[in-house]
Structure formats: structure tokens, C-alpha cells
Design a protein around this ligand. Structure first.
Ligand code: MIG
Length: 842
């Protein structure tokens, strides 16, 4: 075990060493890397030939080109067009992507017209103008005919192998690329998990899932691949999802003033074009296409605590009792890799955890749930000679010294990845020599999913999937894996295509397994790596950050960017993972994360302790205040999370999502909003106690004082360590509940509606509630209650409409309170009997 730790920390040492002693070297290296990216001069590539003929079907137009290329332009919806191109050969019959959740679209009405120069496809919302020679595609707004997005050059491919040298995997395939004109005032959002600022204009990126501990701003690629972005210019937004899992490249006007381009080292030039003009509408369509995030259990919004690693079981109990003793709320504790027998997944170390079931029952009595980490690496452990087979029905509790049941079963069924020559692929990860499952095999996914009974049988409530880039200590870049073959629906494709989707399929296996094992409980999965569509199966966190201010400054742009990329349930190790934090940093980190969907404090094995109380009572008391506030805000957070599930519009938002027409929001990434209504402007620098806050147009109220502001301007506010500046949008009603030690500790009674009127004296909310645990919400097991307030003279009438849905919350009280300026009104409390009514509030 020790040499593995050294190995892990060796990685860090190397990074640190290079940073200091060999700065010049790093610089030279960086130059090589960066030029390697920019050197993909796509203008030199072979451009697709002109159109010679086309065929039209009910859903699509297929263009036949002079060079034998084919382009399929499919109309999926009035605002969603798919472009699928095959160069110098006909489109293949196989058309499959792991990212896509929906392929059966009800074709909208559309028309096709043509003249000598162009072919025109028109839907109710879009015009697709396809020039015949050269083949150039433009997207226009069908109502105004104005241009939204245009090819800057014809789609291209590397016919002559000009880029082979520069490709990461020269055998991956043929480089394909598309180029779009760059707007003078165009801004770009999305691309998933990037260690970068919010607006991606003038930046370029690579997608290749990578284990990158201690990453700094600018490090690229990191863990995830979400090849989806939105462009916004003059209030008009469109989206492009380049659904290609090969190593891919995006350049938003970095290498040229003229163009945005994207390309990949193989696969098809296959992309989806979404038209807004609203950003929110695009995120909704993207969710329709790649899957809506299912609702996690409500307790997933609770506070979570982790470290690498809490063991033995008595230490786990100690952490929980410390939380309770200190009156800090807690719902979840994470078990990192040391609960296993020698890092063997689906086993328990009986010395450290003699009775996992009893442990879970004990924790459950205190309202705490366990989440266990599961890595993809299965220890490579040939059966010891003479060892008798484990016949126990609970092999996870037996010693695996002689035989390891997971390895044996997987090998027998031939579920492990192999190299092209048929050899088992044997990477090195935590257990030492290991093997990985080929998750493209449906039977392997099912097997893997079912293995999770080794956790659920003992009451483990969620699964944390890590190392799924997949990381390999032999070589973290993936070079050692290039000849690994996956079944891939019979295509038997190599790593070049499958690396970026590995985590997606592992998460899918896990999610579907949990669904089968506990059909009445919503699965809770957390992942580090992912590909587009990951939101269907898993929530995510941003991996191995540093305990530094620089790392904290990345939280807001990373969370908002993930939200703009179809991943609403995000968070980061609170206070940072690597190194030693301090009280001020930890408090400021909580002032960001107490409103993030995933709020988990976590720490590396040798890092200085980081639990909320570690830096003394002063800092702890501030953290307590924010954790308690998070629990009070749960009705609001959950209502907003359900919106993310239903509409694809994330909970944790950049201001540009709510105010796309306001240029002040276009690159604003030290503020965020929760839903439409709560604006938060944390301090993410040391020794700073005041800051500028931008309030968009409209009425705003200081959350702490209810002081009223007129927006459309910057204001200067005090932000001592105790205070995170927060403002509520005039027109909002924020529902809150009582303080809780954990989700479900007691009924939400009274449920308080904090009413913040707009300048016309109106405010409204549709509260969402359900049982918080079962999948019944997918049918009618929910309750939506619309509350609206309007000013009548000096008083307000608050109307509660009849609730919709079948969920019954039980008897409780509703309290209404006006927050209309410095004078906060008196709460008016009524019993909620589910009947519509109007209440007078002053
Ligand atoms: O090689 O499981 O990002 O959260 O504590 C390191 C040990 C493996 C990386 C994860 C981190 C976790 C750690 N893991």
C-alpha cells in the first residue's frame, strides 16, 4: 500500500517540482502542447465537395457531393437540426451514440425549396440555407430571416493525413472539422467541466477525459467531455452539440479572428444545431436530446462530509457524533477507498468495518447515510493454487486473499477489456495490477450493476464512482490504452473512441443496478469523469482541487459552466482537496457551496484536516450559520432543482442565463444565481471584506436586511467574513422551512413564504414538493402549489391556488411574511388544508 501512496503523491511532487525548479522547462513544454493544439490548421484540410444531387425523405434531406461525400440534414424539431456527414463515402447504416436519450422525434412541419445556388429547409423557427458550391450551411431565424450561425468554410477532413503527426492517436481515424464564423460580439458558454472562466470566447479546448489532480486554471483537458456549447450574440442564442466521443478540439476564436472551429481525431462530423433565441430553451432541448437529470433523493441536497479515508467504523461514528455535538447539520458521510480489502471493489475490510449493516443502522438513527466509493479497477488476481471456491452468499464479507470473487466472475464471463491481440488489458490502479470492465457490453453493465448489492444489502445509500477517465498509473495520458478494444455494439472499436464514454457507461451500469436493487428509492450516484448524457445517471463533482484561493475562484465559473452544459447537479470539495486550508478560506468556500447542489467537504489522505470545526470556534460558527441556512432554504432549492430536472435549466446559474440581453452579465463570473430569484456574490479572495456587486434591471432586496435596491447598476457592499452578499429578485417568493439536523428530521412546519414584491407590488411562486425519495414523482406523486401576492393599498392579498398532483404532505401551517423594504412585516400563519384561499398580509 505504501508504495502506491508514494506513487500518488509522486504525481503531486512532480507537478510542484516542475512548477518551481523548472519553470523554463514547463514553459517550453506548454508551448509544445499549445502549439500542438493550434497547429491543427483546419484550413489546409480537404473540403467537402459541392452538392451534385439530393434526396428528400420525411425527416431529412441527404446531400450527395461530387467527392462521394454524403450529408444528412435531419429535422428533429422546429428548433433542432442534425447535420451528419460522411466524407468521400456514403453514410454508414450504423448510427449510434451513447449520449443520445431520444431518437424518436415527431417530425415538425417543414418545407424544402431550391434554386440554382441553394437548397432551403424551413421550419416554423429555423431556415437552413445550404449553398451547393461550395457546400456551406447557414442557419437563419425563420421569423426575421436574420443570420444566426454560418459555416466559415466547408466541412473538412484530413484526406491526406496532414495532421496524423499531430494527432494524439495517429491510428484513431481521420480528422474531421467544421468551422463557423466568429461574431464580433459573440460569447460562448458550455463545454462541461473546464478549468476556465465562464465566457469561452478567445479560448480553445481539448476533450480527453483525464485524471488531473491539483489542476490549475488553464489546465486542459481535465476529467470530463461535454462537447456542447452555446453561442450568444445580441441576445440571440444557438447551441451546437458535436456528438463525437473521439479526442475533440474546440476553438472559439483563439487561433483566428475569423472562425470558431471544432473537430475530432476520428468518427463522424455529427452535430446538432439548436436555436433559442433563449439560452434556457436551448438547455431544455439539449436535455430532451441527451436526457433530463432524474431527481436524486432529497437528502442528496443535505450536507455531506468526506475524507480519504474515514476508517475504522468507530472513526466514522466519531465524525457523525462530532457533527451532532456541535449542532452542525449532516446527511451523508462518504467512505473512500480504505473500506475495502486491499482496494478490491465490492468487498469490505472486516477489521476496519466488522459489521457494515450495524454501522449503517447506527448512523441511520442519527439521520446519516453512507455513500461508498467504487473504482473501475478490479484487482487482477488469478486464483491462488489450491484455494477453495468462496461459496458464501455474501462473498463481499469473506477474505479475498486466495480468490477474489469479482475478478473470477468477470474473467469467466469475459467482461474485462482486452487489447487488440486478445491479451487482458492490465492497468495499474489502487489495487495494483487491475482490469477494467467493458461497459459497452450490456451483460457486463448488468453484472456490474448487480454487484452493488454488496453495498445496498448493508444499507449503503449511494455510490461514488471515481478514477473513471479511466485513470491508469502506468500512463495517465491514455497512450498505454490505445489498442484496448471495446465491443461497442459489434463495432469492436478502440480506446480512441471509447475513452471519453467509459465513465458514462460505468455510471449507467451503476445507476441501473441501483434502480434494480432498490426500485422504490431514487439512485444517488456521483462521478468524476463523464460524457454528454452523464446527467441521466449521475451527479458530479469537480475532482482534485487545491485548498487555495485560486481554486476557490474557479468554483463559480465551473459550476455555472457545468449547468450550461446539461449537468445541473454539481459541486466541489468544499475548502479544496489537496494541501492545507485555513479558516477564512473554508468559510468563503462554504459561502459558495452552501447553495451548490452537491455540498461536500472532502480532503486528500495527507492533507490537513478540513472539517468545519478544524480552525476554531469563530470559523465554525459562521459555517454553522450557512449550513443551517441551506437546510432552511431546502424548499426553495428543491423547487429549483425540480425545475432543472423538468426543463434542463440548472439550479446554479450564471447571470447571463437569466439576463442574456444585459451585456454586463456576459462574462460575469464572480456572482451567480440560484434559480431566477436569488443572486449571490461571494468573496473569493483573502482579506477582502467589501465588493462590487452587479444587480441587473429590476427591484432587488438585500437578503439580510431586506433593504430595497433598484438594479441595472453596480453597488458596493460590505462583506465581512460573516456575510455573503445575497439579493432577492423583486417579484419572488422564497419558501423556507425550519432549521434541520438532517433532511426529514421533522416536518417542514411551518412552511414560510418570504414575499418580495416587484415595483408593481406583485410576487409569485410555484412551490414543488414530493416524497423526496421514491420515483413516484415521475407519475403524479408530487404537489405544486402556486402562491401569488398583490398589493391592495397598504396591504397585500396572498392567494394560494388549489395544489396540483397527488402527493400529500400531511397537516402543517403556511406562514406568509412581507419583505418589502426595511420594515419586515409580521408573519401571518394559517393551516394548510389544501384548499384555495386568499389571505390578507401586511
Ligand atoms: O488517485 O480515492 O478524486 O476524491 O479521495 C486518487 C482516493 C483517487 C481521487 C478522487 C478523490 C479520492 C481519491 N481518488
Amino acid at each position: 500500500m505504501f508504495d502506491q501512496l508514494v506513487g500518488y503523491h509522486g504525481q503531486f511532487r512532480l507537478l510542484r517540482h516542475r512548477r518551481t525548479a523548472r519553470k523554463a522547462w514547463v514553459f517550453a513544454l506548454l508551448l509544445v502542447f499549445t502549439t500542438a493544439v493550434y497547429a491543427q490548421d483546419i484550413t489546409q484540410l480537404e473540403k467537402i465537395g459541392p452538392i451534385v444531387s439530393f434526396t428528400r425523405s420525411e425527416k431529412a434531406v441527404v446531400l450527395n457531393c461530387a467527392d462521394k461525400s454524403q450529408v444528412q440534414v435531419s429535422v428533429l424539431a422546429a428548433d433542432l437540426i442534425r447535420i451528419r456527414t460522411s466524407f468521400a463515402k456514403p453514410l454508414p447504416a450504423k448510427d449510434h451514440s451513447w449520449a443520445i436519450a431520444r431518437t424518436n422525434w415527431a417530425t415538425p412541419r417543414w418545407t424544402l425549396t431550391e434554386d440554382q445556388t441553394s437548397i432551403l429547409i424551413t421550419t416554423d423557427e429555423l431556415e437552413v440555407v445550404i449553398r451547393r458550391s461550395p457546400l456551406l450551411i447557414q442557419f437563419r431565424d425563420a421569423r426575421t430571416h436574420s443570420l444566426i450561425n454560418a459555416d466559415e468554410q466547408p466541412m473538412a477532413y484530413d484526406a491526406k493525413g496532414l495532421l496524423k503527426e499531430m494527432m494524439f492517436d495517429s491510428k484513431a481515424g481521420t480528422f474531421v472539422a467544421a468551422a463557423k464564423r466568429l461574431g464580433f460580439a459573440e460569447h460562448f458558454y458550455g463545454l462541461g467541466e473546464k478549468a476556465a472562466r465562464l465566457d469561452k470566447r478567445r479560448s480553445s479546448f481539448v476533450n480527453w477525459n483525464s485524471d488531473t489532480p491539483g489542476y490549475l486554471e488553464g489546465r486542459d483537458p481535465i476529467y470530463q467531455t461535454i462537447p456542447f456549447y452555446t453561442g450568444l450574440q445580441n441576445g440571440i442564442a444557438y447551441g451546437i452539440f458535436f456528438d463525437n466521443s473521439y479526442r475533440s478540439y474546440f476553438d472559439f476564436g483563439k487561433s483566428s479572428q475569423q472562425r470558431v472551429w471544432f473537430g475530432a481525431e476520428g468518427g463522424e462530423l455529427n452535430y446538432y444545431f439548436f436555436f433559442g433565441p433563449a439560452l434556457k430553451k436551448i438547455l431544455g432541448r439539449y436535455a430532451d436530446l441527451t436526457g433530463h437529470m432524474p431527481l436524486p433523493p432529497l437528502w442528496a441536497l443535505g450536507n455531506q462530509q468526506s475524507r480519504w479515508s474515514y476508517y475504522p467504523d468507530t472513526m466514522v461514528e466519531e465524525v457523525v457524533s462530532e457533527y451532532r455535538r456541535r449542532d452542525l447539520p449532516l446527511d451523508v458521510l462518504h467512505l473512500d477507498i480504505d473500506y475495502m480489502q486491499g482496494y478490491r471493489v465490492f468487498t469490505w475490510d472486516r477489521e476496519r468495518f466488522p459489521n457494515p449493516k450495524a454501522l449503517n443502522e447506527k448512523l441511520a438513527r442519527q439521520g446519516v447515510k453512507l455513500v461508498a466509493i467504487v473504482d473501475p479497477g478490479v484487482k487482477h488476481q488469478p486464483v491462488a493454487k489450491s484455494a477453495a471456491q468462496i461459496t458464501s452468499v455474501t462473498p463481499e464479507l469473506e477474505s479475498q486473499q486466495q480468490r477474489y470473487y469479482v475478478y473470477e466472475a468477470g474473467l469467466e464471463k469475459n467482461y474485462f477489456q482486452r487489447r487488440q491481440n486478445g491479451d487482458l488489458f492490465v492497468p495499474r490502479v489502487w489495487p495494483g495490477e487491475s482490469v477494467f470492465v467493458d461497459y459497452t457490453l450490456p451483460a457486463a453493465r448488468e453484472w456490474w450493476g448487480n454487484l452493488h448489492r454488496a453495498y445496498t444489502d448493508y444499507g449503503v445509500a449511494g455510490i461514488w464512482t471515481d478514477m473513471n477517465e479511466p485513470a491508469d498509473f502506468i500512463d495517465q495520458t491514455g497512450k498505454n490504452q490505445l489498442d484496448v478494444v471495446s465491443y461497442d455494439e459489434g463495432e469492436k472499436s478502440t480506446h480512441a473512441k471509447n475513452r471519453n464514454t467509459f465513465a458514462l457507461l460505468m455510471a449507467r451500469a451503476t445507476y441501473e443496478g441501483l434502480e434494480r436493487l432498490r426500485p422504490n428509492h431514487r439512485p444517488y450516484v456521483i462521478t468524476r469523469a463523464g460524457y454528454a448524457g452523464i446527467q441521466r445517471y449521475s451527479t458530479m463533482w469537480t475532482g482534485d482541487t487545491n485548498s487555495t484561493w485560486e481554486a476557490l475562484q474557479l468554483n463559480i465559473p465551473m459550476f455555472t459552466t457545468l449547468g450550461m452544459s446539461g449537468e445541473p447537479f454539481v459541486g466541489s470539495d468544499v475548502g479544496g482537496f489537496i494541501g492545507r486550508g485555513n479558516g477564512e478560506l473554508l468559510v468563503r468556500a462554504y459561502q459558495v457551496s452552501f447553495l451548490a447542489p452537491f455540498c461536500r467537504n472532502h480532503k486528500v489522505i495527507d492533507g490537513y484536516d478540513n472539517e468545519p470545526w478544524r480552525f476554531g470556534a469563530y470559523y465554525e460558527s459562521i459555517i454553522r450559520k450557512y449550513l443551517k441556512l441551506r437546510y432552511q432554504l431546502l424548499p426553495f432549492l428543491y423547487t429549483t432543482l425540480e425545475e432543472a430536472h423538468r426543463t434542463g435549466v440548472p439550479l446554479f446559474r450564471p447571470l447571463v442565463l437569466n439576463y442574456p440581453d444585459d451585456p454586463n452579465t456576459h462574462n460575469l463570473d464572480d456572482q451567480f444565481m440560484i434559480g431566477d430569484d436569488l443572486l449571490v456574490a461571494p468573496v473569493v479572495k483573502p482579506d477582502v471584506t467589501r465588493r462590487l456587486v452587479y444587480l441587473p434591471k429590476g427591484v432587488w432586496y438585500d437578503y439580510w436586511t431586506s433593504k430595497k435596491y433598484q438594479g441595472g447598476t453596480m453597488i458596493f457592499v460590505e462583506a465581512p467574513l460573516e456575510i455573503v452578499p445575497m439579493f432577492v429578485r423583486g417579484g419572488a417568493i422564497i419558501p423556507t422551512g425550519p432549521e434541520l439536523k438532517f433532511v426529514g428530521e421533522k416536518p417542514i412546519d411551518p412552511l414560510t413564504f418570504n414575499i418580495y414584491p416587484d415595483d408593481k407590488g406583485a410576487a409569485s411562486l410555484t412551490l414543488y414538493e414530493d416524497d423526496g425519495i421514491s420515483p413516484a414523482y415521475k407519475q403524479d406523486g408530487f404537489r405544486r402549489t402556486t402562491i401569488s401576492a398583490r398589493r391592495i393599498g397598504a396591504l397585500y392579498d396572498v392567494t394560494v391556488a388549489a395544489p396540483a398532483g397527488k402527493y400529500q404532505p400531511g397537516t402543517r401551517r403556511f406562514a406568509f411574511i412581507m419583505k418589502s423594504g426595511l420594515r419586515v412585516g409580521r408573519a401571518v400563519t394559517v393551516a394548510d388544508d389544501g384548499s384555495p384561499r386568499t389571505i390578507r398580509v401586511n
